[in-house]
Design a protein around this ligand. Structure first.
Ligand SMILES: C[S@@+](CC[C@H](N)C(=O)[O-])C[C@H]1O[C@@H](n2cnc3c(N)ncnc32)[C@H](O)[C@@H]1O
Length: 214
């Protein structure tokens, strides 16, 4: 990480970067970590959205800025991306975003209470295109159970991918899941990002899935 990014990251630890009790790995959450007090984290009571794997915030920053009435907590494991996001949040004075530099499964399980979220966003998760790596894909039935438990009734899970096979896997899991109602596919306010542009340039179609918590 560049020195200036490292300084911004360190200065925001406990501020925009949530200081999460660490488990065995740098990106895991300690088993006894208490759930976050989201009101205290954001300094107000407002609907909370979680973004999973926000990268440097190409979707997150414009979407959060356009919706000052909601707070957005991002989970992102790649520290340089977290640092780039934080630097942008400071530069653009975006105040309704916090980032937890931990794995989303541990983060959702340990840091977020049941029914606490109004939305979950998962935009362009790592596609793991080779068949032998499909088991590493984040969105599967077990992960869908976890997301369903953290969403409030009526809350939405928005997902985007440029990999047809992954989109089919998401549809198969979520269309069959008893806790979700499938809504029409819709990109809504999601901006075009680098990942989307690359996918389109390489001839892949973009799928934007929406599933509502029953
Ligand atoms: C392909 S990038 C997409 C980034 C961003 N959503 C976008 O659309 O520009 C996937 C991101 O998810 C992060 N990621 C992968 N697995 C994760 C996990 N289990 N928890 C949190 N972040 C994860 C990666 O580090 C990477 O930044």
């Amino acid at each position: 990480m560049r020195d200036s990014l490292r300084r911004t990251y360190d200065a925001q630890l406990g501020g925009l970067v949530v200081d999460v009790p660490q488990g065995e790995l740098r990106t895991s959450v300690a088993a006894d970590a208490p759930a976050l007090d989201l009101g205290a984290l954001f300094g107000r009571e407002a609907p909370v959205v979680v973004e999973i794997g926000c990268g440097p915030g190409d979707s997150l920053v414009p979407m959060a800025r356009a919706r000052p009435d909601v707070d957005v907590l991002a989970f992102e494991v790649y520290e340089p991306a977290v640092a780039a996001l934080v630097s942008r949040l400071v530069r653009e004075d975006v105040r309704n975003v916090r980032v937890a530099p931990v794995d989303a499964v541990g983060g959702l399980t340990r840091l977020i209470g049941e029914g606490a979220l109004s939305e979950v966003w998962t935009f362009f998760p790592d596609p793991w295109p080779k068949a032998k790596h499909h088991k590493r894909r984040l969105v599967d039935a077990t992960f869908a159970d976890l997301v369903a438990s953290r969403l409030a009734p009526g809350g939405r899970w928005r997902l985007a991918t440029d990999w047809e096979g992954y989109a089919d896997q998401m549809r198969a899991v979520l269309d069959a899941h008893p806790a979700f109602v499938t809504e029409p596919e819709d990109r809504g306010d999601r901006p075009v990002t680098r990942f989307e542009r690359r996918g389109t340039a390489e001839g892949r179609a973009i799928a934007d899935l929406v599933h509502r918590r029953a």
